[in-house]
Ligand binder design. Structure first.
Ligand SMILES: [Zn+2]
Length: 67
């Protein structure tokens, strides 16, 4: 028995614009512009204001990231 396949493009289309934390790149907080983070397994939290954003997952395609 296999798990049903998810269409991640359809899920992201319903979510709109999503900001991700990328480990190998400089990340700026969408709330305060800070660049210090408390990094967890599934999300990163801004050290200054506490805004949490999810990690970028390479398994989930990003639609319309650039233009
Ligand atoms: Zn912040």
């Amino acid at each position: 028995m296999t798990a049903p396949r998810l269409d991640f493009r359809a899920l992201q289309a319903g979510r709109g614009y999503v900001i991700f934390y990328r480990q190998c790149e400089p990340n700026h907080c969408p709330g305060c512009g800070g660049s210090a983070w408390h990094v967890g397994r599934q999300s990163a939290e801004c050290a200054r204001c506490g805004t949490a954003i999810p990690h970028f997952s390479p398994g989930i395609p990003i639609v319309n990231q650039e233009g």
